[in-house]
Design a protein around this ligand. Structure first.
Ligand code: COA
Length: 281
């Protein structure tokens, strides 16, 4: 277990039970600005990008889970803060800025760093995931949300549009009409509607969110780390390639797996009715 006490991002690596190769870890990243509903400021972006580099270079890390810190204890006489994954980019960093000021930041941002990870990523959403918060969840491969969550792209209300990939990733995930509704209205999307639209994979009661998410993360992390990367790359190819080229790409990836040790290990384990002891190559 490891704890990097970056203030805006708490990182904890937990063991994968029964991983092969041994030593598998799930890296859990907690966005940690709860008094600002975990809004993503420039430090949050820097910390997330740093962690993306670390995860890519550490073979033990099999999967990433991103979550928001729970609300702080409410101060005397003040309204308690609501639970939040991330209530967007930090709006206070936008005021008075022009395009030259913001361009470098948006050209090298945390949403793309997460999206470009070769390993599986899960957003565990409890509460508000708005603007850049929805976009961070969309940059993950899988979204699991509590039934009290709200999604949305409210940038239109600020005279802006989504800038962390929201228009593009939402369109591919939930289609043109739903995306137009979310982006043009700027309205919040309840967990139920998010499920219906396909923004989230599933919704669960808030008290079950962590166990459901971690069970899935554990399950994914017990597969061959090599094959998992190939699977992610193949599915991702469907977003970029024309259909017939995608079919060829998948076939080529599938056939190449017949030269790996893990294919032989997996097939033999099925025949022997034993658990596969992956070697990751
Ligand atoms: N950027 C910066 N600060 C934010 C923020 C954001 N995106 N979202 C919330 N906060 C801050 C608030 O300013 C407030 O700070 P304060 O207590 O120091 O005044 C604190 O978080 C709590 O938010 P508050 O608005 O008081 O909570 P609420 O329960 O009344 O409303 C929301 C919750 C999510 C509806 C509301 O905070 C909101 O609309 N946030 C902005 C969402 C957004 O437009 N995101 C897209 C940005 S591009």
């Amino acid at each position: 277990m490891r704890n990097m006490s970056e203030q805006v991002l708490i990182v904890e690596d937990v063991s994968v039970e029964g991983s092969n190769p041994k030593g598998g870890l799930i890296s859990i990243w907690t966005l940690n600005r709860p008094s600002k509903l975990n809004a993503l400021n420039s430090q949050s972006h820097a910390a997330i990008k740093d962690q993306c580099s670390r995860v890519e270079s550490d073979d033990n890390i099999r999967c990433v889970v991103i979550r928001g810190a729970p609300p702080p204890d409410s101060e005397e006489g003040k309204r308690p803060k609501p639970p939040s994954f991330a209530a967007g980019a930090d709006i206070s960093e936008f005021s008075g800025k022009n395009s030259d000021d913001v361009r470098p930041f948006f050209e090298d941002n945390a949403w793309e760093a997460v999206w470009n990870l070769s390993k599986p990523t899960i957003a565990m959403v409890d509460g508000f995931a708005l603007g850049g918060g929805t976009e961070l969840a969309l940059s993950c491969d899988i979204r699991i949300a509590s039934d009290r969550s709200n999604f949305g792209q409210p940038e239109i209300n600020l005279g802006l549009i989504p800038g962390g990939g929201g228009t593009q990733r939402l369109c591919r995930l939930i289609g043109y009409g739903n995306t137009m509704e979310v982006v043009l209205s700027g309205s919040m999307v309840s967990a139920d509607l998010a499920l219906q639209m396909g923004i989230v994979n599933r919704i669960v009661p808030a008290e079950d969110l962590e166990s459901e998410t971690m069970n899935l993360a554990q399950e994914i992390s017990r597969k061959s780390p090599y094959t998992t990367k190939v699977a992610k790359r193949a599915v991702r190819g469907a977003l970029d390639l024309p259909f017939s080229e995608g079919i060829l790409m998948e076939r080529s990836e599938f056939v190449a797996l017949f030269d790996t040790e893990d294919k032989e290990i997996g097939v033999q384990a099925f025949i022997d009715r034993s658990d596969p002891k992956w070697v990751g190559k």
